[in-house]
Design a protein around this ligand. Structure first.
Ligand code: ADE
Ligand code: ZN
Length: 326
């Protein structure tokens, strides 16, 4: 079989996907019309042309603005369903969706509208595609820890439907230690913990995620490679890294896809996985990410199988479900 067919047929889990980052310009226009919200673009082409970033913050400004068209639970449902339909075609059989409640509650959208829309799409994905999924409630790190505590409190009625908490948004200047208490509180409630670390931030932030938060996963983790002791520690502990190659390219974490360190990560014994991060903004879904690094770094099919296996062993699925996928 050719590479595209091999990748599409390889059962995989997606572990690093911001559902708001799956909002395609076409749906953004449709929701703007439906909700009578003004957007600062004249056409889908104009929106896509605006997706030229030199760093994380350039992207975040546009991503939060794009989320403004999301108003009702139906909007969240439709956005998530579009993602599930697309991911199913890429061979995703399990998806762990990050969502940013504060992006919506700070605009006056009730937490219930956001999560009920996502949950109903997750239910539909299960019946329509046989795809399992779970939710990762992500705190916006440019906001205060107090605001994160308020978000955790708002989530209380749905805690049995939330697998984990995460930490995203502007990394530099907002180290994991800022959120140590709220992560401890989430752990007390039985949630798993993950945090973006080492995307733009230094290796020190990865150490903090490990030592001060005791995360179950690291999102990105690229800059850990600058520190051989840290790299060894991550490898020895079997820590899963949710790596996002096309995101790294679009946000200039790397200058060229041929520089992507995925093969160095595997060679160092790191439990790396491949993910799309914000596929509507970064020019590709998960299979595009597999293909991009397979071609750019000459990964063999065994490497792609390893990466897909890592996506299950690193997932927040119960052990017996993980075993079923291996
Ligand atoms: N929010 C959405 N995508 C993100 C990323 N790649 N890094 C930090 N925050 C994000
Ligand atoms: Zn991310």
């Amino acid at each position: 079989t050719d590479l595209d067919t091999f990748i599409a047929r390889l059962p995989k889990a997606e572990l690093h996907l911001h559902i708001e980052g799956s909002l395609e310009p076409e749906l953004m226009f449709e929701l703007a019309r439906r909700n009578q919200v003004e957007i600062p673009y004249a056409s889908v082409e104009e929106v896509r042309a605006a997706y030229a970033f030199t760093r994380l913050q350039d992207f975040l400004d546009i991503y939060y603005a794009g989320a403004n068209v999301l108003r009702t639970r139906r909007d969240f449902h439709d956005m998530a369903m579009a993602y599930f339909d697309r991911a199913a075609r890429d061979g995703v059989v399990h998806a762990e969706l990050m969502f940013d409640p504060q992006t919506h509650t700070d605009r006056g959208i009730p937490f219930a509208e956001v999560i009920e829309g996502l949950l109903s799409a997750m239910e539909e994905a299960r019946t329509k595609h046989g795809m399992t999924s779970c939710l990762i409630l992500s705190f916006l790190r440019h906001l205060s820890e107090e605001a994160a505590f308020e978000t955790l409190a708002a989530a209380e009625p749905w805690l049995d439907r939330i697998a984990a908490v995460g930490l995203d948004s502007s990394e530099v200047g907002h180290p994991p230690i800022k959120f140590a208490q709220v992560f401890a509180a989430a752990r007390e409630k039985g949630l798993k913990l993950t945090a973006h670390a080492g995307e733009e931030g230094p290796p020190e932030y990865v150490y903090q995620a490990l030592d001060l938060i005791d995360v179950d996963r690291i999102d990105h983790g690229n800059r850990a490679l600058e520190d051989p002791v840290l790299t060894r520690r991550l490898a020895d502990s079997g820590m899963t890294l949710t790596v996002c190659p096309l995101s790294n390219l679009k946000l200039c974490v790397i200058d060229d896809i041929v520089q992507h360190p995925i093969d160095a990560m595997l060679k160092a014994g790191l439990k790396a996985t491949l993910n799309s991060d914000d596929p509507a903004y970064f020019g590709g879904y998960i299979a595009d990410n597999y293909r991009a690094v397979a071609e750019a770094r000459g990964l063999g099919r065994e490497d792609l199988v390893t990466l897909a296996r890592n996506s299950f062993t690193g997932s927040f699925l119960p052990e017996e479900d993980i075993a079923r996928h291996l």
